[in-house]
Ligand binder design. Structure first.
Ligand code: PLP
Length: 398
């Protein structure tokens, strides 16, 4: 989901565009970035990088954090250090932004897509169990997909839209089969599951600080884990795998996946506002929720009682039978009101880019894709603008 405010001069007279979700830079960003300029620490090492890593590790309650240039790079390296290899298979949420599946393919491994749960829209642990117990063979400590004969190595649950995947049953089945769990927590920094922070629910986790995320560094990412060896390996791989501090000796092929000090400076300032951003997102969600309660045909995402949701991207389902229009027509009509909305992601089992990857049946994801529409929910959204959105949505459904 891009963060750009659409500008279509002339075509929409009167009133201003309400963007889907744009960054909120109200704090110390400028001051900290100026500090980078003043001290000449502008590139890929520097005090703000260390500080940002510490700050994030502390917030998540993990012992190690390694900053990266974006969330996709974080996922790539997290999968590598977790031991995913060429021709392995990794169970990935079907309903997600494409990045985690791409990261699996960067390694030459294969995603296996798992359907969403119909209430929370998150990866369905029941479908994981169906696949692992039913479609795989477990012999001598190695789990293989019977259909492809490939080794199943990891589960990559993606917490989408600020909500949390139901992790306990996933951790349990992962232990049963010796799989690692790599959390994609790029969309739910600040969320908790049964009191535990997102990002420390699996063996290793990834965050993103892209422009549309709950905090941003322009572009950026982070790997967090309690495993010191994995963290050290992640730092090594993200910094070109340099084996000698002076001589240019590299025993492995590494990556230039570093975050710059300037980006990290922005990250430190944004972290100071994280709680406020989460509070505002939750307030926005609550106002939508209250307003939509009485509107038939508009169904918000459900959040389990033991989940603290950040409502990163506020999204509803539009029931075409009840409303008389489908989600795409709703998108067009809201656009006429200068309100930017966005469908959910094409389910990955339908993605041409992943046509060769195996999948389990994903009917729920298809329905969520058909009906889902994300509504404006920037941290800076005013109540007046939100009321405009609410009125326009109410008008659709009547
Ligand atoms: C944003 C996002 C990413 C990737 O983050 P980038 O920083 O843009 O590379 C990965 N997974 C999900 C689910 C995301 O929403």
């Amino acid at each position: 989901m891009s963060t750009r405010t659409p500008s279509e001069p002339g075509s929409h007279p009167g009133g201003d565009w309400i963007p889907l979700s744009v960054p909120h830079l109200g704090g110390n960003e400028g001051r900290y970035i100026q500090e980078c300029l003043d001290t000449n620490w502008v590139s890929s090492v520097g005090p703000f990088v260390d500080r940002f890593e510490q700050c994030l590790a502390e917030r998540v309650g993990a012992t190690r954090a390694v900053a990266t240039c974006n969330g996709t790079a974080a996922l790539h390296v997290a999968l590598l250090v977790a031991g995913v290899e060429v021709e392995d298979e990794v169970l990935v949420s079907d309903l997600t932004f494409i990045a985690p599946a791409n990261a699996v393919r960067y390694i030459g491994a294969w995603p296996v897509f798992i359907d969403a749960e119909p209430r929370s829209w998150q990866m369905d642990p029941g479908r994981i169990a169906d696949f692992l117990d039913g479609a795989c063979d477990y012999q001598d400590g190695v789990l293989r997909n019977k259909a492809t004969s490939r080794r199943v190595r990891a589960i990559l649950p993606v917490h989408v839209l600020g909500n949390c995947v139901d992790m306990d049953p996933i951790l349990e089945i992962a232990r049963k089969y010796g799989l690692v769990v790599v959390e994609d927590a790029t969309e739910n920094l600040g969320a908790t599951y049964k009191g535990r922070p997102a990002g420390r629910l699996g063996d290793i986790a990834c965050f993103s600080f892209n422009g549309n995320k709950i905090i941003t560094t322009g572009g950026g990412g982070m790997i967090v884990t309690d495993n010191p060896n994995w963290a050290e390996r992640a730092r090594y791989l993200t910094t070109q795998a340099k084996d000698d501090p002076v001589e240019y000796i590299h025993k492995n092929i590494g990556f230039n996946y570093r975050l710059t000090n300037i980006q990290a400076a922005m990250g430190c300032a944004q972290m100071e506002r994280l709680k406020e951003h989460v509070d505002v997102k939750r307030r926005i969600a609550h106002r939508y929720e209250t307003a939509f309660q009485s509107i038939r045909g508009i169904t918000p995402m459900r959040v389990a009682e033991d989940v603290f949701c950040t409502y990163w991207m506020y999204t509803v389902l539009i029931d075409a039978e009840v409303c008389g229009i489908d989600s795409r027509e709703a998108l067009r009509r809201l656009k006429e009101h200068k309100i930017q909305t966005r469908p959910l992601w094409q389910p990955l089992h339908l993605s041409p880019a992943h046509a060769e990857s195996p999948s389990t049946p994903c009917a729920v994801a298809e329905r969520l894709y058909r009906d889902g529409l994300s509504l404006p929910c920037s941290v800076g959204l005013t109540e007046a603008d939100q009321d405009r959105v609410i009125d326009a949505v109410a008008a659709l459904a009547s």
